[in-house]
Design a protein around this ligand. Sequence first.
Ligand SMILES: [Zn+2]
Length: 327
Amino acid sequence: MEEPIEQLTRREVLKGLGTATLGAAAWLTLRGTMDAAPNPQRRRVLRVAHLTDIHVAPEGNSVRGLLNCLKTVHELQPRPNLILVGGDVVSDVFAQNESRARVLFDLWMRLVKEHFEIPVRYCIGNHDVWGWDKSRSGCMGNEPKYGKKWIMDLYELEKPYYSFEQAGWKFIVLDSTFPHGDGYKGRLDDEQFEWLKGELQRTPAQMPILVLSHIPIVCACALFDGENEKSGDWVIPGAWVHIDARRIVELFYQHKNVKLCLSGHIHLYDRVVYNDVTYICDGAVSGRWWHGNYHQTPPGWGLIDLYDDGSFESEYRSYPYPIPTGG
Ligand SMILES: [Zn+2]
């Protein structure tokens, strides 16, 4: 390839991809999607609001905060067509007994029914899994709604992971929370990984794919969670970032239509491009767990515009944050 890519429009780049050799095509793809100007003829097909790490509780200012956040989503012009809820919707049921879990889930589902005016799809977060911390929740593990069952029933999901198609895009929703003692790790079990493989194989190569997970598959901001460099090394626990990221990234590398991966969990906002896939860790509606900004990330939500050529635009939007009232 002699011609400098900067002089080509994205459309020309895409046209060129059809006839280029495989090696050249890979080079063009890497340079093209990051540097080329957007295709002027592309059409926006979907506006997505990604709300993650909401952590509602009857105490404190979370309900007021979520309503403020939803107001900015609903009032945006044009209005988003779809809300992706990224998980950790309740302050926590992982380490809570049944009556406290019921209070939190009742509150969350009431908020969904009464205040969400746009269709919603859900991803399950670690704090939405009931009772896995058995020493603190008092659960035995044989309760009918134990673990993910409760939230799956509320969301009417048969499995904690699923896929759907909308506006010419494929959406793959993953379940990141894998049991580990009384805690968890971020990873897919083998059955889910095989399912993901099959989903990617079954999706036509020209259909762009958006992957939603609660725990990031790839991110940079986990470096700044807590004060983990104090030991003299950067330490990223397997509960913070998918510990099976290597095999997921290798799988994505075989499917160039995987464009965008959205996550939450860290409560920080970043955007990382790795192997030409964009990974966005989309901050948190709750900010620093309803106590203002977390490091430099304010409470907010992700706005993602999806286009018919498989491209997207994204931004992180803060909203008028309620003054903490304690609790
Ligand atoms: Zn989380």
